[in-house]
Design a protein around this ligand. Sequence first.
Ligand SMILES: [Zn+2]
Ligand SMILES: [Zn+2]
Length: 396
Amino acid sequence: MNKYLEEAKAMLPHLQEMQQQIHQFGGIRYDLRPSADLIIRELKEIGLEPQEIIDCGIVATVGGKKPGKTVLLRADYDALPQDEITGLPYAATNGTCHSCGHDYHAAMLLGTARLLKAHEDELEGTVKLMFQPDEEFTTGAKNMIAAGVLENPKVDASFAIHIEAGTERDTVGKVIWSQGASYSAADRFFIKVKGRGGHGSTPHNTLDPITALCNAITTSQHIISMEVPAKERAVITIGQIEGGTVANIIPDTAGASGTIRTFSNEMRAFCRDRLIEICETTCKALRCECEVEISPDGVPPVINNVELAREIQPWIEEICGDNHYTAAEPLSFGSEDYSWISESVPAVIMTLGAGTPENGYIHGAHNPAIHFDPECMPYGVATFTNLCVNYLKNHK
Ligand SMILES: [Zn+2]
Ligand SMILES: [Zn+2]
């Protein structure tokens, strides 16, 4: 067995202890103080010097004894605003739930910090550890970049791991990554239609915003079916719609909101522009006014650096053997604010299998009943460690 994996496996009780505490603390966005304190305490105990560069955004470096490049490892550690129903003895009870597994991410990065410190002499360069708040509302990575996480020392490449359970591919310890687009861009939009209301029996005396809105929504799917090339992937979903009060009154206004998911910046801009154009012109043809607002809090797609994604394959095999999968297709239609990192430096995000339905892990991410198999953690720790050691050796 690989020596890093062997050492990471011996660390499992400690990894679980940290993961369970962070799990129980829960907390959303930047409200992560107990977990932040745990992370800082642990990093200091390992012998590192953590810095809190934004509220609950923590950075520490290890290595640097020999000159070389700098690798950034990223873990998020925020939970979601939902009531946990896992029934676990360490379940959070404060209306938040670690249903995306970010508690595991933080514990694995703390384990990696300890392992890297023990093997500091093998590092031909520096490893920077990033513990970020607010992944779920997609501002954490962006704010840490603004606060300088990619500078001093300047980051040359980055890796991140997201654990995953509930599907057949999630064998414990399986590392999956794609060579290119990985997670989708996500853009929320709001459609507001203004007409002129009146009696339901005399629509000819009104400008009906409901009919106009429905036509705009239906026509917007034309973008996906006829305008996005078949080899691309894109989704436009309307998740919410509202208008009117009773059956026999035509209202003055109607509205809807939804999300656009795309896997390249070009397709992202195209779908946004065409959605606006189609909604506005369709409503205009039906004598209503329409305004489409695209939320400024959207995130770009996560694009794995293709060269780096190829380079790391043998290093992952050293840890996982055959229990890995890499391909050109994206990992997920979900979004990840690691996109801000992958936009700035060559980066690869991987998923780590943490339980299949066959073994009783039936729930997926963001389900408040989700369970993960803790045995996945040593694989994350050893993978991170091996990637850093080898990347720095290869890029002197
Ligand atoms: Zn999530
Ligand atoms: Zn997540």
